[in-house]
Write a protein that binds this ligand. Structure first.
Ligand code: ADP
Length: 167
């Protein structure tokens, strides 16, 4: 089906430790996105490097190191979401990187308020609850990194019967 995409979402250690897993997932389910894979894991140094392979290039070593330490500080909950233009739609629901700059109604805007300046001053990563693939190519590569074929599922939801007109 055209426009149908799969994208990776990772609920970061702050979302898990703050007990916000249910509330965050609810945002995606409410929008009709379908969970087709999920797992909890601890990210080690190698896997973090694979996941954030271009982060050091984009933001420098200090921010890479702070982000890697944060991502490895506790278990994360990863999932693959499927839907129409899922990559862009999930990013829209998540909001931009810096919680203090993004609109209320987004996950990062509603559940955090950290700023870039405050994080840099403290030498810590921005705890913004969710990672979501940035574009379609990244989504394909990230889904493959986190999940094998046998860990991804196909089933029907009521929501998609309205999205695709099959009700
Ligand atoms: P996004 O997660 O919004 O796609 P990036 O891929 O640029 O953003 O960065 C990955 C993660 O690294 C961010 O979500 C955040 O947790 C952390 N990060 C990015 N920039 C900074 C910064 N200036 N200070 C602290 N942490 C940062």
């Amino acid at each position: 089906m055209s426009h149908l995409q799969r994208t990776l979402v990772v609920l970061k250690p702050d979302a898990v430790a703050r007990g916000l897993v249910g509330k965050v997932i609810e945002r995606f389910e409410n929008a009709g996105l379908k969970i087709v894979a999920t797992k909890m894991r601890i990210m080690d140094a190698d896997f973090t490097r694979q996941h954030y392979f271009d982060l050091e290039e984009r933001h420098g070593k200090d921010i890479y190191d702070a982000t890697a330490a944060f991502m490895q500080s506790g278990p994360v909950l990863a999932m693959v979401l499927e839907g129409v233009d899922a990559v862009a739609n999930v990013r829209r629901l998540v909001g931009g990187t810096y919680p203090n700059e993004v609109a209320p109604g987004t996950i990062r805007g509603d559940f955090a308020h950290q700023s870039k300046a405050a994080a840099v001053a403290a030498g810590i990563a921005i705890a913004n609850l969710v990672h979501a693939s940035g574009n379609v190519d990244e989504a394909k590569q990230e889904v493959e990194l986190w999940f094998g074929e046998s860990e991804q599922f196909e089933y029907h939801t009521v929501a998609e019967s309205f999205t695709f007109g099959t009700h």
